[in-house]
Design a binder for this molecule. Sequence first.
Ligand SMILES: Nc1ncnc2c1ncn2[C@@H]1O[C@H](COP(=O)(O)OP(=O)(O)OP(=O)(O)O)[C@@H](O)[C@H]1O
Length: 669
Amino acid sequence: MEPEGERGGEPQTDRRPGTLPRGQERPSPGEEREGPVEGRETRLRVVLRVRPLTCTETRRGDRRVVHSLGDGAVHVSAARHDATFGFSAVFDASASQEAVFEGSGMRQLVELAIDGFSCTVFAFGQTGSGKTYTLMGPLTQSETQPASPALLGLMQRSFACLLEQSRSRGSDLALSASYLEIYNEQVRDLLSPGPPCALPLRWSKTRGFYVENQLSVDFENLEAIVSLLLQGSQRRRTSAHALNRHSSRSHALLTIHIRSRAPSTCPSKQGTLCFVDLAGSERVKETGSSGELSMEANSINRSLLALGHCISLLAKPRGKWTHIPYRDSKLTRLLARSLGGSGVTLMVACISPSSRCLSETLSTLHYASRAGRVTTRPLANRVSREKLLQTLEEEIHALKLENLSLRQQLCLPRVPVRSTEVPGNPPKACLSWGGRATRSSCDNQPLLRSAHAPQIPPGHSTRLRQPNTTSASIPRLPKLPPASGRSSCPGCPQCCPGPADATVSQVLPVPPMLQPAPPEGSAGVLPLRQEDTGLPGSHQLHRHPQPHQGKRSQGRSRSLSQQHPLPRELPGPERGPSPEGRVIPSAPPWPGLPETRVGRGTGLAGRADLSSHSRTVDGASSRDLARTGGTTTALGDTGIWDYKDHTDPLYGHTHGALQPARHSQFISV
Ligand SMILES: Nc1ncnc2c1ncn2[C@@H]1O[C@H](COP(=O)(O)OP(=O)(O)OP(=O)(O)O)[C@@H](O)[C@H]1O
């Protein structure tokens, strides 16, 4: 049956299904299959899922007002509304999770991601309409018992499909995942341990909008990625309200980074598969929220409004585009590429069939229809062999520097060292792990355990890494032994006051090339505190800026060489730690950072502001070593750089001009 035009509303929605590159969808009779369309305009594919009436709705006697007509059409009939909408596919209340996976084009999206495209699937709809259920399945069951395989959502099925495809194609893929939420307009890393802290959202010419300093975790098998998904989801903000007992209070974005690493595959493909579980739109009156809940609802509705606005503008023909206000919310910034850029996007609109939700349902249907007119120009990301090698070399270089500084920070002479050898990796340096560094370790035991294998079945592995780093060179955290007589905390100032409890130590290998020769006559260990070095903590997990650091440092006028007692604790290869447990210094003191430059805005001429802020220098992540006025000295992938801040007069964001730091020759390795 052909759907009729919508009566009394917008004209009949364009029923032509959104198309994905390489003709993934089954063409209707007479419709020509689209061939590969890389670089050609491609419509967003929009599918609709209608959930069953819930027990509460049935008990209340709610009427079913949404009816699937088949062939991608859905009819809404209520007293004053009678409208038909068309989508690429419609899944009614009886549709299984598997049917949604197979019929939505998700499998093809996974294949495109392996081929190097940036693919996104996002679920949107009113609160309680089944977005999370569609993407992840009934997660709440899994806290006590694993969900039945038949109920697994698009995410788990896509992970399985990805790994299966990778195996069957014989492709050697490096896989990693990052997971974040946007809560009250703050971007938070769901995989990063410790209390949630806001991450900066930046823009660069090459990468577009991206989250700086986001953690990415390597995985190689289904158990590992499913375990990460569960842990991240448990950290996500949820609350109960009148319409949903487990309502998501944030937008969540899980991204799988797929990089083909087979040397023969050149140029190398780098695709992404991003799952976006949007928080549901809600009417505060209906959800009965107040206080924090209503504040969250306002923030959710504002960002969804911004998304709707962008979609409306993008739905116009390309020639008629004016300015697309992606910057109106963090959500639209992060979805910019998927909506109007070079990505391939699948949108799953979720609705309730209940008569009580009619107005929200109609709003979702209009929203979805409009989204079906949005086009992107999909482009596969391919990296040439030379570029790949260069990037890898830079990453190795940066990681070596980071490794060096981390090991030195771990070498705290104030606590006794109990060493555990890592077999087969001589020579060794004594590293202790205590004091401030253990605090976050303490908070993050569950995540650390999972990321470093104990929760993962034998033969499987996950690994923490920063985006764009090679997995082979990632330093691993020492495993934390369980603290005797206490919980699993290895020692932190809060719950483990005794010095012995606060010490976890391990001997880690130091590559000979990283051990600088000791200067003549130098001796002794200088007390080294993490906050003084301004370098990342004992692990990548500690790289978030510490809020107090900026304040502490404002009044400082000590010379930077005093404040950066960097490469001086590592023992020489032939010497090792002295019998008294003291470590012979083996490198000249960290060179003084450049003299003060007067920068705009801060008025802190003559003072150095130490911090562990991270930046992006030339598209790669870096660590700030010091701030001097408006100049930041950063440890980048290609050495030490001075980074001069400028504030964009239009958008107010900061970017910088780079120049090699004057002292960079001192640290080349
Ligand atoms: N297709 C379905 N079959 C069976 N139950 C479903 C289906 N879709 C949703 N549900 C149930 O409806 C309830 C709400 O679903 P869910 O939490 O996925 O909604 P949501 O859209 O993610 O809500 P919010 O935006 O508030 O997070 C859950 O109890 C879920 O199990």
